[in-house]
Ligand binder design. Structure first.
Ligand code: KIV
Length: 322
């Protein structure tokens, strides 16, 4: 069946119909595929990868090559979602010419469908030129992490005198320059509501309240991968940090005790020599939660030799044993 791809026009129609837009970050093909299958509308290959994947304190060290590399991986895992490639620090600030070439590389080499850049009215000329070159642009205003040192930290923006008005002006200028959507990050909900009502293009909020036309989160935050990072704007839907530690501890204990791999998890010169899994072993593994139902279910059932051959061929093709 043909998949209907999400385009910038789909997102515009969603705003017009009052349908909320879902956006999440993705940095690799496996996550991209999972999020795409969950019908997430937009996948952002964000420069947040510098913090959650590369382990930096800020997004500043991320290079264009890094974002292209991760965009390629995400593009390979995506069939439906719109992919946004984030323009990293200093890939668009020095000159319009250089910015155009760099944005072009995110599309040509990375497989992104549009680019995102941080900042407001100061980038109006660049946004206009990118759009005339056929590159859709998502803006990003408010708490712009690439300006962390200018802002004095990752702080909520827009509370000071005159800031709300200047955020609105930035948003209107980006829209007039041709941006197709704008991320509103770390600003009071009331300002985001006003901006979202005044713009005809969609706003995507992160720490900007519920009135935005869509929401974005960093996927690692949503999944609770880092249990020491819990800002107010993140809703944690899973606690994977704990679950991963538990799973890895169980694996480690099994290796140390010699119980992994067992006979069913090993290969034989002749498949007929493979011992049948006893139901006791199978339920012990299942109770321990050590194996998913995928590999376990077929092994617990009697298999014909043809079934065994085709399952093993699948194993070989997955793990590429010569
Ligand atoms: O890099 C990123 O992940 C972002 C989002 C937080 C909007 O810019």
């Amino acid at each position: 069946m043909k998949t209907k791809k999400v385009t910038i026009h789909t997102l515009q129609t969603m705003k017009e119909r009052g349908e909320k837009i879902t956006m999440l970050t993705a940095y690799d093909a496996t996550f991209a595929q999972l999020l795409d299958e969950s019908q997430i509308d937009v996948l952002l290959v964000g420069d947040s990868l510098g913090m959650v994947v590369q382990g930096h304190e800020t997004t500043l060290p991320v290079t264009l090559e890094d974002v292209i590399y991760h965009c390629r991986a995400v593009a390979r895992g995506t069939r439906r979602a719109h992919i946004v490639g984030d323009m990293p620090f200093m890939s668009y600030q020095a000159s319009v010419h250089e910015a155009m070439l760099n944005a072009g590389r995110l599309i040509k080499d990375g497989g992104a469908h549009s680019v995102k850049l941080e900042g407001g009215a100061q980038h109006a000329e660049l946004v206009q030129k990118l759009v005339s070159a056929g590159i859709p642009v998502m803006g990003h205003i408010g708490l712009t992490p690439q300006s962390v040192h200018q802002l004095g930290g990752f702080k909520v923006q827009g509370r000071a005198e005159g800031q709300a008005e200047s955020l609105l002006q930035d948003a209107l200028t980006l829209q007039a320059a041709g941006a197709y959507a704008i991320v509103l990050e770390g600003i009071p909900a009331v300002i985001a509501k006003t901006i979202s009502e005044k713009l005809h293009i969609p706003t995507i909020g992160i720490g900007a309240g519920a009135a935005c036309d869509g929401q974005v989160l960093v996927i690692y935050d949503l999944l609770g991968m880092n249990d020491s990072f819990k800002p107010r704007f993140v809703r944690t839907y899973e606690h994977l940090a704990t679950r991963i530690r538990t799973a890895v501890d169980a694996y480690s204990a099994d290796v140390k005790s010699g119980s992994f791999p067992n006979e069913q998890e090993s290969f034989y010169m002749e498949e007929q020599q493979r011992p049948k899994a006893s139901s006791a072993t199978v339920s012990a593994i299942a109770l321990a939660g050590g194996c998913g139902p995928g590999p376990l279910a077929p092994l617990s059932m009697p298999r014909s030799s043809a079934e065994a051959e085709s399952e093993d061929a699948a194993v070989y093709s997955t793990i590429k044993v010569d």
